[in-house]
Design a protein around this ligand. Structure first.
Ligand SMILES: *Cc1c(COP(=O)(O)O)cnc(C)c1O
Length: 362
């Protein structure tokens, strides 16, 4: 028999057949604290202004192919020194893909500390590269010796360092990152997706390291629906990745909306400042619950472990209307771990109450 399944099996690359698709949980009707979104919407007058601005967008025309006006605004908001360039992606995920497509060849590898953002490994596999995960040390600090050894052995084309790291929430030691930048024979991508909550950056290190690229996104800051990622670095690197970018990857609505949002950055800044305050409150409250261990975080989420099995606690929370992220299946250092995004004060309270009850009933 030659069923479609047989044909699929014969045609597809084995490493693609072996992958599972990136899973997004259904959040219908639940308090959504699973995806590091900013829980706040814009005030009504600002929404109206935004819609007025979209009214004049030429939806019948292709977008500006290089998003020139938006890049200028982003340059200002990042404080990017004049000699460096920006490349925009449909989310930073797309930029990770462009980088790896650019360097992939037989035998080329990617090194990253683990656990970390799963897309580094997934995209490495998409493009046929080897992914080498180097376990983090105690309390998720960088194991500099192990990183240096992996770099020596594998000579990676790219090292990814999420700063702060997802899903652990911590900022790696900057001097250890500096040593990795010195030791790496290829690129080092410092992924600052959570910059709005950590307020630390390697942008000002670009002058010191010609193998450094800094990745940002507007997603966690409050514009996850737009899909806009930003890569900062030397024009010589970005010009190569730009060749791999599909034409018009940043649509007109995203360009206009992101420009508008950056012109009113104060609103997002106030929201993210509130989230930073509430993160500290939630950290303290979580730590008070019996049997809960919570790790400090410089991002907009908290990683924690309970004395009760994580799978049962996760299911019980969902039954009580709260969706968080279950990392129990991720294994390794994340065994038994759960991750919660900092929501509004009301959502945080709902989560804490549901967790307290879940811990009693599981
Ligand atoms: C969420 C996240 C991203 C993805 O951002 P998008 O711009 O939404 O694609 C990238 N890196 C890290 C570390 C993240 O946690």
């Amino acid at each position: 028999m030659n069923t479609v399944t047989d044909k699929v099996r014969r045609l597809m690359r084995p490493e693609i057949l072996a992958l599972s698709a990136y899973h997004v949980a259904d959040a219908t009707g639940l308090v959504k604290l699973d995806a590091m979104e900013n829980p706040y919407v814009w005030p009504e007058p600002l929404k109206r202004q935004w819609l007025e601005c979209l009214h004049d967008v030429a939806i019948n025309r292709y977008p500006d192919p290089t998003s020139r006006a938006l890049r200028e605004r982003l340059r200002e908001s990042l404080g990017l020194p004049a000699e460096f360039e920006l490349l925009l992606g449909n989310g930073s995920d797309e930029l990770i893909q462009l980088i790896l497509m650019g360097v992939a060849h037989a035998g080329a590898s990617v090194v990253a500390p683990v656990p970390t953002f799963v897309m580094y490994e997934m995209i490495a596999k998409f493009v046929g590269m080897e992914f080498v995960g180097v376990p983090l040390a105690k309390d998720f600090a960088l194991d500099l010796q192990a990183m240096q050894a992996a770099i020596r052995i594998h000579q990676p084309a790219v090292v990814f360092l999420a700063y702060p790291n997802n899903p652990t929430g911590n900022l790696f030691d900057a001097s250890a990152m500096d040593a990795i930048l010195q030791a790496a024979p290829g690129l080092v991508v410092v992924d600052e997706a959570y910059h709005a909550f950590a307020l630390c950056s390697f942008i000002d290190q670009l002058r010191r390291h010609d193998n450094l690229l800094v990745l940002r996104t507007l997603s966690k800051q409050g514009l996850a629906g737009l899909r806009l990622g930003v890569l900062a670095g030397d024009a010589a690197w970005l010009a190569e990745f730009d060749k791999l970018r599909l034409p018009y990857n940043i649509n007109v609505l995203t360009q206009a909306s992101a420009e508008f949002a950056l012109a009113h950055a104060q609103v997002l800044d106030t929201q993210t400042a509130q989230i930073r305050v509430d993160r500290e409150w939630l950290y303290d409250e979580l730590g008070r619950l019996p049997g809960v261990h919570v790790w400090p975080s410089a991002a907009n989420f908290l990683l924690f472990r309970t004395a009760r099995p994580a799978n049962a606690v996760f299911a019980e929370l969902r039954r009580r209307g709260v969706l968080i992220k279950n990392l129990a299946g991720a294994g390794g250092a994340l065994d038994g771990c759960l991750r919660v995004t900092v929501g509004t004060p009301q959502e945080n309270t709902l989560f804490l109450d549901a967790l307290a009850q879940a811990l009693e009933s599981t």
